[in-house]
Every structure is written in structure tokens, then in C-alpha cells.
Design a protein around this ligand. Structure first.
Ligand SMILES: NC(=O)c1ccc[n+]([C@@H]2O[C@H](COP(=O)([O-])OP(=O)(O)OC[C@H]3O[C@@H](n4cnc5c(N)ncnc54)[C@H](O)[C@@H]3O)[C@@H](O)[C@H]2O)c1
Length: 665
């Protein structure tokens, strides 16, 4: 059978042979055994409804065993044998280019070179799923291959509910992931309902088919690290020889040393999982691998003296590093943490005093003990950070729920008012005021021809567009523009493409629209193949997340999710090819609502209209909300946009003098 025939077939006609997991696979952690016996029967029943009755007697015990062994039913037998990667768009059997583009993006998210646990359909973050099981994948690809441009596919947490009649102007796919009745959104609810096979954790770009490998994160992390140093360095002082200490060399966190190198500092990144540390070292994402603390101390001191730019992976617990560096009086200029504290009890964060293997065993055998050990370590971790910040270290929370979980563990991380944290999040101090409030966010594109030359051409075009905008840009956004121009000029040199031919570039509404127009024109004139536009959900408008994206909203509305919902609805009727909205994301189930889109540029005039309308709303929705929350930078940006676009009329806040409120109550 050819690849196209496989896709068209959906669930195979004949029961495929049972498969064994490859010995080298990076397996997803075993999930919590949370279902009662009746619920387990329901989970198997739910799984079997994808298959004809004749197979049930064979599949039922197999699925029961998967549930018992892994805590989930992945239906591994149905994983297709063809290679999983983003093929050029014409390789897909489809009646519309839009559907073929979505298939390409789905396969990219499952490519083993890109995905964290590809056998379990997890793209990143430990639990960021594209689908819950392989039957959903097969059916979805089949639906996409059959879809016309007057149908829409509705995706319920990985499950393709089906194709429904719509119109040419409608999105081709609507994705929701993990949408719950609010009272059923605790981490254990995810364990239970995901095990039942009725919901999934889509993270951000995993469940919306928009992940482009670590490149996306390198750009954002570079901007963050660079601006963190700008906050602590004196004018004209360089970051060479200055230290950035952090943890995690996993999916996203693995970008930190590379970003540190681009930002020109010394990065020390602790990682407890030797496999993850070695992988990043072999990939060239971190310069030096160190397995022993004394060795680390010697090498770091030497690098400091020589004012070198270098990154170190330390195989061990990050708390050891914070503590030993204090004893050794090594000054840490900038500190953060990117362990996976959004999933603290299932291997997101490893405790001190246990080996990596012992800790993993404890997760399975004694989860309560593991939880206590994690909380004890968090208290110790925060105490060590506090000692450093007293010496002048600048510490920020990297949106991984570090401060949230540390506070829940009783660590000393609260501010004097008992409400706020002692330390800012990277969005409060850096990305919020410096980027999101002005509309700058992680815009991205994928060249669907799969040709590197197309990517080179788009890089060049995007650089030229930004350069032109820069000439008349107001001083408030000159720094951002310059950083992004530098990024795009060096993008190819940084060698960041893994999987599809994709590029990320922080840009504001004006930049995104002008770049997209230039691309669409190039597609029209045949200079490049069709281009998919999208963005990380971690952006200006798409995400309501009180401990991350919207942590710099101070009018009390950061615990609302209206913005994200307006965004997904607003994008959907303004021209997006597909839209998505998720519960979950980086900070945890129940802690964030986030959404995104994909938009195919096929060179038509219709695409030109769509991109203008949709990208404009996709950015300005968030700026207007941020300006209503009285954020100075957003007020500047929305007023400027209203002058440029007379059809835009946004409600602006009157500023209130503080003394008016002083003696009211
Ligand atoms: N990169 C970003 O821009 C960004 C932005 C927002 C949030 N985050 C958050 O960062 C976290 C990490 O994401 P990821 O995709 O890298 O997750 P991941 O699970 O792939 O990686 C985390 C790594 O931390 C390691 N680790 C856990 N405890 C440790 C400890 N005590 N000491 C040293 N290493 C330890 C784990 O072994 C793992 O490899 C997530 O919570 C994510 O939401 C990242």
C-alpha cells in the first residue's frame, strides 16, 4: 500500500498485528492508576467503540493490559508503519490544500525527531497530546483526506467527532482540548477523564498541530534572557562572564543553554535525567556536559575569569547547584527554573536525596511519599534562592508554576502582602511590558513545500519587511524591532530547524500582516510554495493564564478567560484555516485557557483578505484588553492602532488618582 492509500483507508480493514514498543523509545511516564474497576471497564468500552465487534474479544484484554501497565489506552497496535514526518504538501491525498496543510502539521507534531513521546502521541511537556490514541489519528487523517472546502471537522480532545457541512469561509477544523465544566478541572480530574478516553491535555501547540520543535522556544527564551540581563546590567555592560543558573533540559527547557549562548552569558542548566542531558549535549544545544559538582565549580570559575560565553549541563538536582554556589560565593546574576512544575507529582520535578531511578520508582510505589519529598525539596530550593537574591541575584519565575507550587509547599516565596509572590514572573517583568503589551509575540510560519530554499526566501522577505517598518517605528518599540531583525538575520545560522521548514519571529500586528502579505504574494507569483501561518499560544491575546501570560494584568481580571474565548471565536470567522482552544498549557490543567490558529497562504486574493482581518484581530484583541487593564504600553499601542485604523474603536480607561481611593473604606 502507498502512503496515500494508508491515509485514505483510516482504520485498517484487517486487524493489524500486535506491536511491541521499540526498546529505545522515550516512553511517556506511567500515569496514575486512578480509575475504579467499573471505570476501567468503561475506559475499555470507550476504546472499543472505534472498532468492529469482531475484534472486541482480541482487543479488550489488550486494551485492559495497556490501561493497567501505562495508565492509558494508546492502542499501540494501530500505530501506522509508515515514517512519521511532515511530507511536502502535495504528498497528501486531499480535496483541499487546507486539509493537506493540516495533515502535514499533524505529522510534524508526531515526528519522532520533534515529539517527546511519539509512541504515545505526546509532543512536549510530558503530557501535551495530539491525540489520545492511534485510532483517533487514523480517523482524523482519513476525514481530512475526504474533506471538501465546504465542510468542517470538529475535534473533541483528539476525537474526530466528524465532518459537518459549513462554507468556504469557515475554518476547516475546530479543535478543543480539555474543555471541562469548571469544577472538574483539577489535576486528578485530568488523570481520570483522560484515562477514561474522553479528554486530553493538548498543552498549547501540541493539540493544535502548531509545534515547530525547540526553535519556537529558543527565540522566546533568547528574548527573555537578553532582557533579564538588560534589567541587571549597567548601561554599556556586557553579559559575557555573567551567570544564568536554571534547570531543565527537556522539551522547552532544553532551549535555555542555546538561548544563553545567543544572549552572550554563561549558562548553567541542571538536569536530573542523564538521558535528557546527554541528548541535548549530543544535539549541540549545550556546550559542556558535567557530571560532578567539583568539576562544575572549577570549570565555571575559569569561564567566569575568562569572561567566556559558554553553557554547561550539570547532571544532577538544581538545588545542589544553588546551595553549593552559595557556599562557594559564586555570584549568580540571573536565576530561574524550568522544571515541569505544572505536573509536580508525576515526574515534573525531582526531589533531593533520591537517585533519579529511586524517585521514579517512588512515583509508582509510594506517590504520597514522593509528594512529600518534592515539597521538602521545593522549600529547600526556595530557601537557597532567597539567600542568593539577598546577595543581589535577579530571580524570575519561568511560567512553570515554580512559585505557585513552592508556595503550596509552604516555602518562603510570598511577598509581604501575603497575596503576591516575592519574585516576578518572566511575563510580569519582561515579556508582558516589553512585548505582549505592544503586540509583539511568537508569530511563526511553515513552508509546506518542505524546501529549505523556500524558508531562506521567507527569512529574507521577513527581514526586509521589518527593516522597512523599523524606519518609521516609534522609539517605544525600536528595541523590540532591532532584536527581531537581528534574530531573523541570524536565524539560519543558528541551525534550528527540526522537522518541518519552519521559522519563528516575534512581531506585532503591523509586522505580522505585512510579512504575511509579502509571503502570499510570493506564493501567488510562484516564487515559493504555500505557507502555513500560526503562532505559539503563549502570545498577546490567545491565552488567559494568571500565573503566566496574563500575570501582568492588575485590574483583577487575570482570573477570567474571556479574552482567550473571544480570540478563538473572533479568529474563526475572520479567516483562520483552523482554530483551537485548550484547558491546560504550561502551568497546569485548570490554570489556563489558551488558543491558537493556523492560516494557509495559498497565494489567492481570498487569503490576502483573510490574513489582514484575522491577524489584526488576533493581536489587537489582547492589546485592547491589556489597555483596559491600564497597562501603559498597551494603552500606547492601542491608541496608535486606532489612529492607523479608523474602523477600530476601543473603550479606553480613565485613569484615577490614587488619593481619591485612599479613605473610601
Ligand atoms: N521555555 C519557555 O519559554 C517556557 C515558557 C513558559 C513555561 N515553560 C515551562 O517550563 C517547564 C518545562 O518545560 P519542558 O517542556 O522543558 O518540560 P520537560 O518535562 O520536558 O523538562 C523538564 C526537565 O526538568 C528536569 N527536572 C525536573 N526536576 C528537576 C530538578 N529538581 N533538578 C534538575 N532537573 C529537574 C526533568 O528531568 C526534565 O527533563 C514547563 O512547566 C513549561 O510549561 C517554559
Amino acid at each position: 500500500m502507498t502512503f496515500k492509500e494508508h491515509i485514505l483507508q483510516g482504520i485498517p480493514k484487517n486487524l493489524p498485528d500486535k506491536k511491541t514498543y521499540p526498546a529505545t523509545a522515550n516512553r511517556a511516564p506511567k500515569r496514575k492508576d486512578i480509575l475504579s474497576v467499573d471505570e476501567k471497564k468503561l475506559a475499555v468500552n470507550n476504546a472499543l467503540r472505534y472498532f468492529p465487534k469482531a475484534w472486541h474479544a482480541i482487543l479488550a484484554p489488550e486494551f485492559a493490559q495497556e490501561l493497567q501497565e501505562y495508565g492509558r489506552i494508546y492502542m499501540y497496535r494501530f500505530k501506522p508503519d509508515y515514517k512519521m514526518y511532515a511530507r511536502p504538501i502535495d504528498a497528501y491525498p486531499a480535496k483541499t490544500k487546507a486539509a493537506a496543510a493540516i495533515m502535514l502539521m499533524i505529522q510534524n507534531n508526531l515526528n519522532p525527531a520533534v515529539a517527546q513521546h511519539p509512541e504515545e502521541l505526546i509532543t512536549y511537556g510530558g503530557n501535551g497530546a495530539v491525540f489520545q490514541n492511534w485510532a483517533q489519528y487514523l480517523l482524523t487523517m482519513q476525514y481530512l483526506s475526504q474533506m471538501t472546502d465546504e465542510q468542517t471537522l470538529h475535534m473533541y480532545s483528539g476525537h474526530p467527532m466528524g465532518l459537518f457541512p459549513s462554507s468556504k469561509k469557515a475554518p476547516r477544523v475546530i479543535v478543543t482540548n480539555g474543555m471541562m465544566i469548571p469544577n472538574y478541572s483539577s489535576p486528578d480530574d485530568w488523570e481520570r477523564f483522560n484515562a477514561l478516553g474522553v479528554t486530553q491535555y493538548g498543552q498549547m501547540t501540541a493539540g493544535s498541530y502548531m509545534y515547530i520543535g525547540p526553535q519556537g522556544i529558543v527565540h522566546g527564551t533568547t528574548i527573555t534572557v537578553m532582557n533579564a540581563f538588560r534589567k541587571v546590567l549597567k548601561k554599556g555592560e556586557s553579559s559575557a562572564g555573567k551567570i544564568f543558573l536554571t534547570a531543565g533540559l527537556g522539551g522547552m527547557s532544553g532551549a535555555q543553554p542555546k538561548a544563553g549562548n545567543i544572549a552572550g552569558c554563561i549558562t548553567i542548566c541542571a538536569e536530573v535525567n542523564p538521558k535528557a542531558a546527554k541528548k541535548r549535549h549530543e544535539q549541540g544545544w549545550v556546550d559542556v556536559l558535567v557530571e560532578n559538582m567539583d568539576d562544575l565549580l572549577i570549570q565555571v570559575k575559569k569561564t567566569q575569569e575568562n569572561k567566556e560565553v559558554k553553557s554547561f549541563a550539570y547532571v544532577g538536582n538544581v538545588v545542589e547547584v544553588w546551595e553549593r554556589f552559595y557556599e562557594e560565593e559564586i555570584f549568580i546574576n540571573v536565576g530561574s527554573d524550568q522544571t515541569s512544575l505544572h505536573i509536580p507529582w508525576t515526574g515534573g520535578y525531582y526531589p533531593m536525596d533520591y537517585s533519579y531511578e529511586e524517585a521514579n520508582k517512588m512515583i509508582k510505589d509510594n506517590p504520597e511519599k514522593f509528594k512529600k519529598a518534592v515539597q521538602k525539596t521545593l522549600r529547600r530550593h526556595a530557601a537557597a534562592i532567597n539567600k542568593h537574591t539577598e546577595r543581589g541575584t535577579y530571580f524570575f519565575d519561568y511560567g512553570n508554576a515554580f512559585l505557585l507550587e513552592a508556595s503550596r509547599a509552604g516555602a518562603d516565596v510570598m511577598a509581604e502582602n501575603g497575596i503576591d509572590f516575592k519574585y516576578p514572573s518572566y511575563v510580569q517583568d519582561i515579556l508582558g511590558p516589553m512585548c505582549f503589551d505592544y503586540g509583539f509575540g511568537p508569530f511563526r510560519w511553515v513552508c509546506t513545500s518542505g524546501k529549505p530554499e523556500d524558508l531562506d526566501y521567507t527569512d529574507k522577505m521577513a527581514g526586509e519587511v521589518l527593516q522597512e517598518i523599523m524606519e518609521t517605528a516609534p522609539k517605544e518599540i525600536q528595541l523590540q524591532m532591532q532584536d527581531n531583525i537581528t534574530w531573523i538575520h541570524n536565524a539560519k545560522k543558528n541551525n534550528l530547524v527540526v522537522g518541518s521548514q519552519a521559522r519563528i519571529l516575534y512581531a506585532d500586528a503591523e509586522g505580522r500582516i505585512k510579512i504575511a502579505k509579502a509571503f502570499n504574494n510570493a506564493v501567488k507569483t510562484g516564487k515559493i510554495g504555500p505557507v502555513v501561518l500560526g503562532r505559539d499560544h503563549h502570545d498577546v491575546s490567545g491565552t488567559d493564564s494568571p500565573f503566566r501570560e496574563t500575570s501582568n494584568i492588575y485590574d483583577g481580571s487575570k482570573f477570567t478567560a474571556d479574552m482567550a474565548i473571544h480570540n478563538v471565536i473572533g479568529d474563526s470567522f475572520r479567516g483562520a484555516t483552523w482554530v483551537s482552544v485548550h484547558n491546560g498549557g504550561g502551568v497546569g490543567w485548570g490554570e489556563v485557557i489558551n488558543g491558537g490558529f493556523g492560516l494557509l497562504l495559498d497565494g489567492t486574493d481570498e487569503a490576502n483578505n483573510r490574513l489582514k482581518n484575522m491577524l489584526f484581530y488576533d493581536v489587537n484583541n489582547g492589546i485592547s484588553r491589556r489597555s483596559w487593564a491600564r497597562n501603559k504600553e498597551a494603552l500606547f499601542a492601542i491608541k496608535r492602532e486606532m489612529r492607523r485604523t479608523p474602523e477600530l474603536k476601543v473603550t479606553l480607561p480613565y485613569m484615577v488618582d490614587k488619593d481619591i481611593l485612599e479613605n473610601l473604606f
